[in-house]
Ligand binder design. Structure first.
Ligand SMILES: [Zn+2]
Length: 64
Protein backbone atom coordinates (compact mmCIF):
# COMPACT_ATOMS: atom_id res chain seq x y z
CA UNK A 1 0.00 0.00 0.00
CA UNK A 2 1.49 3.31 -1.03
CA UNK A 3 0.84 6.82 0.11
CA UNK A 4 -0.65 9.25 -2.38
CA UNK A 5 1.76 12.15 -2.79
CA UNK A 6 0.43 15.34 -4.33
CA UNK A 7 1.81 18.80 -5.00
CA UNK A 8 1.28 20.97 -1.93
CA UNK A 9 1.51 18.11 0.57
CA UNK A 10 4.18 18.23 3.28
CA UNK A 11 6.24 15.12 3.78
CA UNK A 12 8.21 14.42 6.95
CA UNK A 13 11.37 12.43 6.27
CA UNK A 14 13.28 10.21 8.67
CA UNK A 15 16.51 12.15 8.24
CA UNK A 16 16.75 15.85 8.99
CA UNK A 17 18.14 18.41 6.55
CA UNK A 18 21.35 20.09 7.81
CA UNK A 19 19.18 23.09 8.78
CA UNK A 20 17.35 20.84 11.27
CA UNK A 21 13.99 20.53 9.52
CA UNK A 22 12.52 17.18 8.52
CA UNK A 23 9.54 18.66 6.68
CA UNK A 24 9.50 19.17 2.92
CA UNK A 25 6.82 20.69 0.71
CA UNK A 26 6.17 18.73 -2.47
CA UNK A 27 6.57 20.97 -5.52
CA UNK A 28 6.51 18.30 -8.22
CA UNK A 29 5.68 14.61 -8.36
CA UNK A 30 6.75 11.92 -10.84
CA UNK A 31 9.62 9.46 -11.08
CA UNK A 32 11.56 12.20 -9.32
CA UNK A 33 10.06 14.58 -6.81
CA UNK A 34 11.01 18.21 -6.30
CA UNK A 35 10.95 19.04 -2.61
CA UNK A 36 11.38 22.34 -0.79
CA UNK A 37 12.75 22.31 2.73
CA UNK A 38 10.29 23.96 5.12
CA UNK A 39 13.17 25.09 7.31
CA UNK A 40 15.46 26.90 4.89
CA UNK A 41 13.72 26.85 1.50
CA UNK A 42 16.41 24.73 -0.18
CA UNK A 43 15.07 22.70 -3.12
CA UNK A 44 16.15 19.21 -4.10
CA UNK A 45 15.24 16.60 -6.70
CA UNK A 46 14.94 13.12 -5.27
CA UNK A 47 13.82 9.78 -6.67
CA UNK A 48 10.28 8.80 -5.74
CA UNK A 49 11.48 5.50 -4.31
CA UNK A 50 13.82 7.31 -1.94
CA UNK A 51 10.99 9.55 -0.75
CA UNK A 52 8.76 6.53 -0.18
CA UNK A 53 11.50 4.71 1.68
CA UNK A 54 12.25 7.67 3.95
CA UNK A 55 8.76 8.98 4.66
CA UNK A 56 7.76 9.19 8.29
CA UNK A 57 4.59 11.22 7.84
CA UNK A 58 2.58 12.89 5.08
CA UNK A 59 0.38 15.88 5.74
CA UNK A 60 -2.13 16.38 2.99
CA UNK A 61 -2.76 19.86 1.66
CA UNK A 62 -6.33 20.75 2.57
CA UNK A 63 -6.83 22.03 -0.97
CA UNK A 64 -6.04 18.61 -2.48
ZN1 LIG B 1 16.68 22.95 5.23
Amino acid sequence: MGLIYEVGDVVTLKKAHPCGSKEWEILRVGADFRLKCMGCGHQIMVARKLVEKNTRDLKKNEKN
